[in-house]
Ligand binder design. Structure first.
Ligand code: EPZ
Length: 430
């Protein structure tokens, strides 16, 4: 089993160039299904979730060409609906976007119930409500979601009781060709929604209001190809910022859009961390001592649930007691069991963790329960004195490109040990 070994207690110094956003690349790559022309997508993070989605498109008949470590060429002229391989599609939540894209283009779609991070209940009822509002029929049969329409999809108003990134994405994908206008009310406002709309408009769609809670999609007849660069990953950036705050040192994250991270930046400042915000970078400077703060996750532009585990880990070492409430995924606290093994003082009640800061923790074998919890384990290990061993790292590799190399370049004593049977490969470290 591959693992990450960290000798903690060393401050971090340097610069990290942030890559494209996984949660934006997944909808944009899925949206390529809507056109038979060639699309080139740049700044793609080649993480395992993205590689899986590209494999699914290719297996369904698309032409997929990797142009470089961050660019891919996709042509879905010959893609077939309802043909995503179950063994691949069942591994990621992003495969749910095939439903909206295939329904939008072909009037039918069928995908195995998607996988993804085990962070609590992740139903798809909002997605199905959106498809039905456009005139489609949805069924769950043999572990698959099947969506079809006998008539042309017709624009309608879709109102979400709760903000949902995925359901907003699928509403846009399914309505691009629908007759008339679709109005999505209480839409998600994440930067990845804006990315999707900008990409589709560059292909000839007519989408307005992305980034606000009301999105309008006027149906068009056809879409052409285009070349598009994915927005920077605000969660990757936030992860390195919080790591620097926790471990101490001075780290600058570059190639970012600081506005996307305002809620995280403001919380770091509230904790007494020194943060400098530039046009396309943020510098975090910390001595490793900071105040306790309270966090409550909210849809964008509120504090992101995808930063909750990392920030909760930072608060384990704060001066005072913090309260962290996850309003998006109430049970997204499995990582706490791992932190308490190191000596952290955290108790969880319902959707809230009460974190009593301690000066230091020991090391312990840590396992990754999901993608962001995995990043939190790395942060805990970087802070803890002594050698920590982290397993289940395939979950981290779903969303972070070269996390070991990037932390090693910041001065961390960290290495990846790949278990190849009798031989183990250790990546170079400082
Ligand atoms: C996306 O998941 C992200 N995944 C998640 O990131 C992220 O945590 C989440 O949005 C919130 O920002 C991808 O983009 C691939 P939601 P998604 O629909 O779309 C409930 C990561 O770490 N809900 O916004 O599945 C749901 O249970 C991953 O990168 C329904 O009840 O999240 C949750 O409580 C983890 N019914 C809330 O809405 C539905 O049909 C928000 O979920 C859909 C959602």
């Amino acid at each position: 089993m591959d693992k990450i070994i960290v000798n903690g207690g060393k401050p971090l110094y340097g610069t990290v160039a942030i890559g494209g956003m996984k949660n934006s690349a997944l909808p944009v790559i899925s949206a390529c299904i809507l056109t038979g022309e060639t699309c080139i997508i740049d700044n793609v993070p080649m993480v395992s979730d993205i590689k899986l989605l590209l494999e699914i498109l290719a297996a369904s008949g698309a032409e997929v060409k990797i142009l470089s470590s961050t660019s891919v060429q996709i042509n879905c002229k010959n893609i077939q609906p309802c043909s995503s391989p179950d063994d691949l599609a069942s591994q990621l939540r992003g495969s749910s976007y095939l439903l909206g894209a295939e329904l939008g283009r072909f009037g039918e779609a069928s995908v195995i119930l998607p996988g993804g991070c085990s962070i609590g209940s992740r139903p798809l009822d909002f997605h199905m409500k959106a498809f039905e509002a456009l005139g489609a029929q949805c069924h769950i049969r043999n572990g698959h979601i099947e969506v079809e329409t006998t008539e042309e999809l017709r624009g309608n108003t879709i109102f979400f009781d709760k903000v949902s990134v995925g359901a907003t994405v699928n509403s846009i994908l399914a309505s691009v060709y629908a007759e008339g206008t679709t109005v999505i009310e209480n839409a998600a406002r994440e930067p990845h929604i804006v990315d999707l709309a900008v990409f589709l408009n560059a292909c000839g769609a007519n989408i307005t209001g992305a980034g606000t809670s009301v999105i309008k999609v006027k149906g068009v007849k056809e879409l052409h190809g285009c070349r598009y660069s994915i927005a920077p990953d605000m969660i990757e950036a936030g992860t390195y910022m919080v790591a620097a705050a926790t471990v101490g040192g001075r780290v600058t994250v570059t190639n970012i859009i600081p506005k996307h991270l305002e809620s995280v930046t403001n919380k770091l400042i509230e904790a007494g961390i020194n943060v400098t915000v530039g046009d396309s970078y943020i510098t975090v400077e910390s001595c490793g001592k900071y105040k306790a703060v309270d966090i409550a996750t909210q849809p964008y532009p509120g504090f992101p649930t995808d930063m909750q585990a990392q920030f909760s880990t930072m608060l384990c070492y704060a001066q005072g007691t913090s309260k962290v409430t996850d309003n998006i995924f109430p049970s997204r606290f499995r990582f706490v069991d791992e932190l308490t093994k190191t000596g952290a003082n955290v108790s969880v009640e319902s959707n809230t963790a009460v974190i009593k800061g301690v000066e230091s923790t020991g090391c312990a074998p840590l396992t990754c329960h999901d993608l962001r919890a995995g990043a939190a384990m790395v942060i805990a290990a970087l802070r803890s004195e002594g050698a920590s061993e982290i397993t289940g790292i395939d979950k981290i590799q779903r969303g972070y490109v070269n996390i070991v190399e990037k932390f090693a370049a910041l001065g961390a004593d960290i290495k990846l040990v790949m278990d190849m049977g009798s031989v183990s490969y250790t990546s170079a470290t400082n």
